[in-house]
Design a protein around this ligand. Structure first.
Ligand code: GUN
Ligand code: FE
Length: 429
């Protein structure tokens, strides 16, 4: 197997900086090195030590650039790539006006393949190596994203979006067809190469209780896959759910009553939660995903990360493309920082980087495979230039340490800060 030794500064995790002090759980080593062997990380350590121990390895010297795990975007809708940044609507109107017509277009398998490929290239250019995506109701749109990911060697999670009410003609399935199509897709894709499947009811307003029950039954037959959906994103949406399911104790209960709240469940947004919902999420092992650019762009609200983290509920970070306004996890970390400030709980750069990598990986149950630079992990790696524009360079030169430099890149950086990307041990630059 070929060995490549990457030299630079390395971002290392030894714990979870949301539950323990960041200084004890995250560090940056200058003169660091990462040895890639085949598709995996073989060693991480000091440049001098690893050079001596592996003299035959090809050396790639990144100077003082930062070698980090590839970003993991824990909640996206790849079919919305071409309607990102659509103006002036809140959630339900935004779905009806912009999203549903575009998702309809992906029923054409050729268009879906085109968007899937362009989407993954955009995310790679932004240093994102894994995404967890909703597809559309068309099973071929699931094939499109898994095929595009396989062609690029990428680990991807995806699932067929299920909707059997409150969606236009041509964009509805049924309880039975959602069950049958999802099952066939699980058997075609789940755990094949680097693909994982997520059973994907869009949200309670677009799934009848019969559909949620059918998907709950499917999940109990295929318990190893994930289940992804939306939860308590916008106040009007929550009121609609109350109307649709009057007997439910709260929004989460509409999923819970169909067996959809347990570990491997991934709830996007989760902004306006009741104490009971938080307790239930904490007991269940389910994850929530913070989508900060989407939550401001669609006008949804301020996710309370400090409270959710204090309850040890796994948290992922995500763009929510195209409800979010960016493909960049740097921009997404910046927005998470800003929302933390509005709530009086600023998040440190170490915590933001952890959320965008190991934290998101953990929220998707992939934390033993990706999201961390350590021996045995899959070699998905992004290289950050901490002086990528004149403004950032100037701020970087005036910074008292690497953390301050990294924070400037988080707040002001874009795809120009991504020097290089390695996917499954292969350089994708
Ligand atoms: N809730 C249901 N569907 C969607 C979607 O596509 N995007 C967002 N942001 N929220 C949703
Ligand atoms: Fe979403």
């Amino acid at each position: 197997k070929t060995q490549t030794l990457l030299l630079g500064q390395t971002l290392r995790f030894t714990g979870n900086p949301l539950s323990d002090p960041w200084e004890d759980t995250v560090r940056i080593d200058s003169d660091g090195a990462v040895l890639i062997e085949g598709a995996h990380i073989k060693a991480v350590g000091r440049a001098g030590d690893l050079r001596k121990a592996h003299p035959q390895a090809t050396v790639k010297d990144y100077g003082d650039r930062l070698i980090c795990p590839g970003f993991v975007d824990a909640h996206v809708h790849y079919p919305q790539t071409a309607i990102i940044a659509s103006w002036g609507k809140r959630l339900i109107d935004w779905l009806n006006t912009y999203t549903f017509p575009e998702e309809m277009r992906l029923s054409d398998p050729e268009y879906a393949r085109d968007i899937a490929g362009r989407y993954l290239d955009l995310t790679l250019a932004n240093g994102t190596t894994t995404v967890c995506s909703f597809a559309t109701i068309a099973p071929t749109s699931v094939d499109a994203i898994f095929e595009a990911a396989a062609a690029r060697g990428q680990r991807v999670v995806a699932g067929k979006t299920c909707m059997d009410r409150n969606a236009p003609d041509g964009l509805r399935d049924t309880a039975q067809s959602a069950y049958d199509d999802s099952k066939a897709l699980i058997d075609r894709w789940h755990d094949k190469g680097r693909a994982s499947y997520a059973i994907t009811p869009r949200f309670t307003p677009t799934s009848t209780p019969e559909q949620l029950a059918a998907l709950g039954a499917l999940w109990s037959e295929r318990p190893g896959c994930l289940m992804q959906t939306h939860l308590s994103e916008q106040v009007d949406e929550i009121a609609w759910v109350k109307d649709l399911v009057p007997h439910a104790r709260d929004y989460l209960d509409t999923y819970e009553e169909h067996g959809l709240v347990r570990d491997r469940a991934v709830f996007g947004h989760a902004i306006h939660l009741t104490p009971r919902e938080i307790d239930r999420l904490a007991d269940s092992g389910a994850s929530v995903v913070h989508c900060p650019t989407s939550n401001t762009f669609i006008g949804s609200g301020l996710f309370d990360m400090a409270q959710i983290a204090a309850r040890r509920i796994p948290i992922g970070l995500a763009t929510d493309t195209g409800g979010g306004s960016s493909f960049s996890m740097l921009r997404t970390m910046a927005a998470a920082y800003e929302i933390g400030q509005l709530r009086g709980t600023p998040t440190h750069a170490a915590q933001l980087m952890w959320l965008a990598t190991a934290g998101s990986a953990r929220s998707l149950h992939l934390h033993d495979k990706i999201g961390t630079l350590a021996e045995g992990y899959e070699a998905d790696i992004s290289i950050l230039d901490l002086a990528s524009t004149p403004a950032i360079k100037q701020r970087s030169e005036n910074a008292k340490n690497t953390w301050a430099q990294l924070f400037a890149t988080i707040m002001m950086g874009d795809d120009r800060a991504i020097s290089d990307v390695w996917v499954n041990g292969v350089r994708r630059g």
